[in-house]
Write a protein that binds this ligand. Structure first.
Ligand code: TMP
Ligand code: ASP
Length: 236
């Protein structure tokens, strides 16, 4: 399968057409951004790691009953996925307080919740991805009631799988962001990526951050952190 014209360039990936109208190729970049693109940089090797990690996890998720857009990995950075229209909701699941949750509610990071939380942001860079609830999402016709219910069910299923998977490699899954897409036949599938760009991952013993917060917060060692997660994941 070969790349045809570029359809889209996002902050971390490019999307290309293929000769099959139902398939596209995503190509992962080393570019890193934070704070809605205000902070820009590079995490060398990140594209290949995020590509391989996402595909590894999506294969396992499909086996555990969560449908995904994944079709076939082509190379280190390139993967064939189903062409979907992205539901413009960022779906965030949290197990431990951190990031914007800690900031919004004035609590420390690291509080372990009794049950996971879920929240939605409207995926709209011009508006800065504002938080919204399900009623707002329905009012804005971003998705139907049935689609929102399915998205919540899949998001919690991803959390159940990913939390125990990460625990198995000595990592606490703090929180993560998912995006879903709609295929040409109307099915809701998990899309985008699952990587240290989109998850907070803390070493279970040292609590060292093994994710993009190393870049967001100028902690240094982002490359090494991504490599460490990849190394553990491949030996799982
Ligand atoms: P937050 O605490 O900043 O709201 O982030 C929650 C999770 O979502 C965290 O794992 C990082 C991820 N995330 C993204 O993947 N993309 C984004 O644009 C933002 C703001 C967060
Ligand atoms: N990638 C996102 C941006 O640049 C934010 C983030 O992951 O922190 O807006």
């Amino acid at each position: 399968m070969e790349k045809r014209e570029q359809l889209y360039e996002g902050k971390a990936k490019k999307v290309y057409a293929t000769d099959d109208p139902n398939l596209v190729i995503v190509s992962y970049k080393d570019d890193a951004t934070a704070f809605n693109g205000l902070k820009k940089g590079t995490i060398t090797g990140k594209g290949a790691i995020n590509n391989k990690m996402t595909n590894h996890l999506m294969r396992k998720l499909a086996q555990s009953g969560v449908p995904t857009h994944f079709v076939e990995q082509l190379s280190d950075r390139d993967t064939v996925v189903k062409k979907v229209s992205i539901v413009p909701l960022e779906v965030i699941v949290r197990n431990i307080s951190a990031g914007s949750f800690a900031k919004h509610y004035g609590v420390e990071e690291g509080i372990v919740f009794d049950a996971p939380t879920i929240e939605f942001s409207y995926k709209n860079d011009d508006l800065g991805d504002p938080l919204l609830n399900e009623y707002h999402a329905l009012a804005l016709k971003l998705a139907t009631r049935e689609e929102i219910d399915l998205i919540k069910k899949y998001a919690f299923a991803v959390n159940d799988f990913l939390k125990s998977f990460m625990k198995g490699i000595g990592i606490d899954l703090v929180d993560f962001k998912l995006e879903f897409g709609k295929t040409s036949d109307g099915a809701i599938v998990l899309a985008d990526e699952i990587s240290p760009d989109t998850c907070r991952l803390w070493d279970e013993k040292t609590h060292e951050k093994l994710d993009k917060d190393r870049f967001r917060r100028d902690l240094g060692g982002a490359e090494e952190a991504y490599e460490e997660v990849m190394r553990r994941l491949m030996g799982d």
